[in-house]
Design a protein around this ligand. Structure first.
Ligand code: SF4
Length: 366
């Protein structure tokens, strides 16, 4: 480590010691399971959004065994609303592997950690450094931003070459014996001070070592070259009505192995194809996902949702239906109250709230 890096690490740690936030997963000290859960939840999700989910999760699954033993439905229900459900799947599968192969102990070595589902180099580094205080680096969006600015790193952080350089810088800066605190300090600085659009260089504890600040252009780093490509999608979901079941609607469970919202519940849904009307899409969606025909389709509302690179417009229809729901489809009839017993993806939660709000206002004829 150079003298400059040494000064950077000392300034950053001194600031962290005085300013770190009191976050619930930090209260559990070095519990590897708590670190694992929190780091997975924090991927692509803000701290504020994660906190209530983390409390709910840890109350229901306080240790690896509780998670491994839980049915997948229960796991997904506790994740519902956080998005990117593959994370919950992988945590569940990972906990089962840890129980079956490692006696319930999260393994403290990088190679084994990396073999667990959903654990990449970043999460392994976080667990090793925070829970086991090993000198393992981390590199997430906050750390990339801080290191790119402090070292004025040129090149797209998504390129292999620049990534390697950033991993090297992250590793070299780790001070002896304080890897966990140092890595958390880097993330904390990125979240609270070195923000993407408006870095607070005037109050930054490492401003003296920051090359981007010295150049007078901190926001030109990191130098991402590509602009996100959006995929605009139009989905249709149908609230099926049965006169024998007033106030209820049908939901079906998606196959657990589907990449998007696998294992979650939804009102029969389809994606509009080129040249297809919304009504035709609605009828097809119900036929494909529940095996029944519908009549009297009527729109009741629209919600918007963004997941990964998909900008989804979800159109809600309601309809009566003919026939019986196929026995091979896992389904349930739910009311405004009982729907919370099922894990619904966020756009489905938004749409069902709209549906029952309309019902409560008496605007829809059942
Ligand atoms: Fe970020 Fe500014 Fe601090 Fe540099 S001086 S690390 S750009 S906040």
């Amino acid at each position: 480590m150079t003298t400059e890096q040494d000064q950077f690490s000392r300034d950053l740690l001194a600031w962290y010691d005085a300013n770190k936030r009191d976050l619930p997963w930090r209260r559990l000290g070095h519990d590897p399971y708590a670190v694992w859960v929190s780091e997975i939840m924090l991927q692509q999700t803000t701290v504020a959004a994660v906190i209530p989910f983390y409390h709910k999760w840890m109350a229901r699954f306080p240790a690896v065994q509780a998670l491994a033993d839980a049915p997948l439905d229960d796991v997904l229900k506790h994740w519902a609303g956080l998005g990117y459900y593959a994370r919950a799947w992988n945590l569940h599968k990972g906990a089962q592997v840890v129980m079956a192969e490692f006696g319930g102990q999260v393994p403290p070595d990088p190679k084994t950690l990396l073999s667990l589902p959903g654990i990449g180099r970043y999460t392994a580094g976080a667990i090793l450094s925070i829970a086991f205080n090993q000198d393992a680096p981390i590199l997430d969006a906050n750390v990339i931003r801080v290191l790119s600015r402090v070292h004025a790193v040129t090149g797209d952080p998504k390129s292999t070459q620049t990534q390697s350089e950033l991993w090297r810088l992250a590793e070299e800066a780790i001070p002896n014996g304080r890897a966990g605190d140092f890595n958390q300090a880097l993330m904390e600085l990125g979240a609270l001070v070195c923000e993407a659009g408006a870095p607070r260089c005037g109050t930054c504890p490492v401003s003296a070592e920051c090359r981007a600040k010295a150049l007078g252009e901190p926001t030109t780093f990191p130098q991402f070259s590509s602009v996100k490509k959006w995929l605009d999608v139009e989905d249709v979901s149908v609230a099926l009505r049965d006169p024998q079941r007033p106030g209820e609607t049908l939901i079906v469970q998606r196959s657990p192995d589907l990449p998007l919202w696998g294992g979650l519940w939804e009102m029969p849904r389809g994606t509009r194809q080129d040249g297809e009307t919304l009504e035709a899409c609605a009828a097809r969606a119900v036929c494909e996902s529940a095996g029944v025909r519908v009549r009297g389709l009527r729109p009741f509302g629209v919600v918007k949702h963004v997941v990964a690179n998909r900008r989804i417009t979800l159109h809600g229809f309601e309809a009566e239906f003919d026939g019986l729901v196929s026995e091979s489809v896992r389904h349930a009839w739910v009311s405004a109250a009982s729907r919370t017993d099922y894990a619904l993806a966020t756009p489905q939660v938004k749409l069902s709230e709209l549906l029952w709000r309309h019902d409560a206002q008496g605007r829809l004829e059942l």
